[in-house]
Design a protein around this ligand. Sequence first.
Ligand code: ZN
Length: 67
Amino acid sequence: MPVLLLILAIGVFVWLWLARRGSTLTRLCRWREDRRVGPGHFRCAACGAECILPPGQVPRHCLRDAG
Ligand SMILES: [Zn+2]
């Protein structure tokens, strides 16, 4: 069934393209403070990383690679 192989190849290509595009998007992290959890608790909306910082500080780097 060469048609299935062709569809599979296209699917892999699209998946790789989406994964590459997603990796570039995660470079721009969107940290948002979640006051429901606690003061100074930030969550990255891009990669889901979490961290707790002292009041007045904002996370500047993505923790995706660190985890
Ligand atoms: Zn992040």
